[in-house]
Ligand binder design. Structure first.
Ligand SMILES: C[S@@+](CC[C@H](N)C(=O)[O-])C[C@H]1O[C@@H](n2cnc3c(N)ncnc32)[C@H](O)[C@@H]1O
Length: 211
């Protein structure tokens, strides 16, 4: 099964548990929230922001608190994750779509927020996803990526209380930055936050601007 089909099936299966176990951003560390704050400071408060791989939309309140007037659009490949997002955040728009083939015209957004959504994209496929995100972002727009930092794959036979196969890719901040730079972004900052107790990996964050 390819990565996308596996990810869609996984999130359709676990969506109800995901929303119960991770209802909001209280799991995020202070450093994680701080880089989201620095991302928000780069963009106008009424920006068009794409939550790319939005899942259940649980990061919407964080974005709303930082950018009260922003125009929110979420996109995800899992209908079940999107069902929760639409129920919880009726003021935002949520579309079904894939990161490598987004259903939006060029330069539709001022910012892209990709929080733990490139973790199901193999390193060899990152360039295609990043080029597509660059296409929908206006010149000068900002993009923030969060992901588990490392190399290789992470496999588990349980996720969010379900006996399912979870397969995810680890990425390094250096690889993500250099792939982004190849398709029209400049790096602003990269952060590796050491794993906290209960986390299997360090966390990586890459903040870039479209040029
Ligand atoms: C770990 S969840 C993160 C969801 C949300 N950003 C959050 O922080 O709670 C990963 C999400 O990315 C979505 N996703 C993964 N790969 C994707 C792709 N290629 N296109 C669209 N959505 C994708 C999954 O369906 C899932 O909802």
């Amino acid at each position: 099964m390819d990565d996308l089909t596996a990810a869609r099936q996984l999130y359709d299966t676990v969506a109800d548990s995901y929303v119960r176990r991770l209802p909001d951003a209280s799991f995020e560390a202070g450093e994680d929230l701080a880089i989201i704050g620095r991302f928000a400071a780069l963009i106008p408060s009424d920006a068009r922001v794409l939550d790319a791989g939005c899942g259940t939309g649980r990061m919407q309140p964080v974005l709303r608190s930082l950018l009260p007037a922003h125009r929110a659009v979420g996109v995800d490949l899992s209908d079940e994750m999107l069902r929760h997002a639409r129920l919880a955040y009726p003021q935002a728009r949520f579309d079904r779509g894939e990161l490598a083939a987004l259903p939006y015209p060029d330069a539709s957004f001022d910012a892209v927020f990709a929080w733990y959504s490139i973790i199901h994209t193999a390193p060899a496929d990152l360039a295609e996803v990043f080029a597509e995100l660059r296409r929908v972002l206006a010149d000068g727009g900002a993009a923030l990526f969060g992901f588990q930092h490392g190399s290789g794959e992470r496999r588990r036979s349980e996720a969010y209380g379900h006996a399912v196969e979870l397969r995810a890719h680890l990425h390094s901040v250096d690889d993500v930055s250099s792939e982004l730079e190849r398709v029209g972004f400049v790096s602003i900052e990269s952060v590796v936050r050491p794993a906290r107790p209960g986390e299997a990996q360090d966390q990586g964050f890459v903040l870039v601007r479209a040029v």
